[in-house]
Design a protein around this ligand. Structure first.
Ligand SMILES: NC(=O)c1ccc[n+]([C@@H]2O[C@H](COP(=O)([O-])OP(=O)(O)OC[C@H]3O[C@@H](n4cnc5c(N)ncnc54)[C@H](O)[C@@H]3O)[C@@H](O)[C@H]2O)c1
Length: 299
């Protein structure tokens, strides 16, 4: 999607942070915008500001965890613009950073999964059929995270949701490619970004007044955490929009991404290499033939 001029771009989570920056970056490229956020007043303000600077834009209060609301968002987009060219499933929430995960209430797991995973799935199910029916080139950009390709002790509910978004994006890309559909996919995997995401989580947990160890908010307490280099939302949005233009799938934005991906995939590859020794399958071409093939194990 080299030329964004006049293209219709939907951005969820557009009231703040990366979503807002994505909206501004697409607007700078000449796109028309459909902005969605659960924070209705705030997304209205972003819409008005973009309209004042000449962008053709609508803002629609939408909770992406609610399928019906996402279907209404699609209808609003099609009513206004007649088509959607780019869908950015970006809305997300963080969840507590404390552990242990086995004490994290199911409601906390569910809240994160419903926004971060189901929100993306609702977007895909609402918009991709319309994009395919239109038959012209389109693109889906899903915001995952570096947490979608790594893992560790912190925010397991968030990490699990983002791994799911990466896997969902990989499957979507494969299924669209198998149909030779003109719809591309990218998955955005940033490290730390200077947004209000952790502060919102802190405020939410403070309102609960909880003392449980799992209820620790990001930025609070004595936890030894290193989020690495922090980029601005605008820097991340620039990289994401460039990837949509170039049709690139994985979008890493932060220095040090290679090391973090290696730290995850290194042990996987090592374990996979050892499989041959441990199972008696010596080489790939013998994968369906154990070393003992031809000999009867019963003599
Ligand atoms: N900030 C980071 O360090 C970072 C890093 C990697 C990935 N991300 C991801 O980037 C995306 C945007 O996060 P951000 O950092 O810009 O945070 P943010 O809080 O600044 O923006 C998120 C927006 O999503 C909206 N939102 C939350 N729940 C929603 C719902 N149910 N329906 C619709 N909108 C909803 C919020 O109101 C907010 O406007 C998220 O998916 C997040 O997981 C953030």
């Amino acid at each position: 999607m080299k030329d964004l001029q006049g293209k219709v771009v939907v951005v969820t989570g557009a009231a703040d942070g990366i979503g807002r920056a994505l909206a501004e970056a697409f607007a700078a490229g000449g796109a028309r915008l459909v902005l969605a956020d659960v924070d209705g007043p705030r997304v209205e303000v972003v819409g008005r500001e973009l309209a004042d600077s000449g962008t053709d834009v609508i803002a629609v209060r939408t909770d992406v965890s609610d399928r019906e609301q996402v279907l209404c968002l699609r209808d609003a987009a099609l009513d206004r613009f007649g088509a959607v060219d780019v869908l950015c499933n970006n809305a997300g929430v963080m969840g507590p950073v404390g552990d242990p995960l086995w004490e994290l209430p199911v409601a906390e797991w569910r809240r994160v999964m419903e926004v971060n995973l189901w929100g993306v799935l609702h977007g895909i199910q609402a918009f991709v059929p319309a994009m395919l029916a239109a038959g012209h080139p389109g693109h889906v950009l899903n915001t995952a995270s570096m947490q979608g390709v790594t893992s560790g002790t912190l925010i397991p509910e968030y990490t699990v949701s983002k791994h799911a978004v990466v896997a969902l994006s990989e499957s979507l890309r494969a299924q669209l490619a198998a149909r030779q559909a003109p719809v591309g996919v990218s998955v955005l995997c940033p490290g730390a970004v200077s947004t209000g995401l952790p502060a919102k989580e802190e405020r939410r947990l403070a309102a609960f007044g909880r003392q449980e160890p799992w209820a620790l908010a990001p930025g609070s307490g004595s936890q030894d955490r290193n989020w690495g280099t922090t980029l601005t939302p605008a820097q991340v949005a620039r990289a994401a929009v460039a990837a949509v233009r170039d049709g690139r799938f994985y979008v890493f934005t932060h220095p040090g991404s290679t090391d973090r991906v290696r730290a995850r995939t290194g042990p996987l590859l090592e374990a996979a290499d050892q499989a041959a020794d441990q199972t008696g399958y010596e080489t790939a071409d013998r994968i369906s033939r154990p070393a003992s093939a031809g000999r009867s194990s019963r003599g």
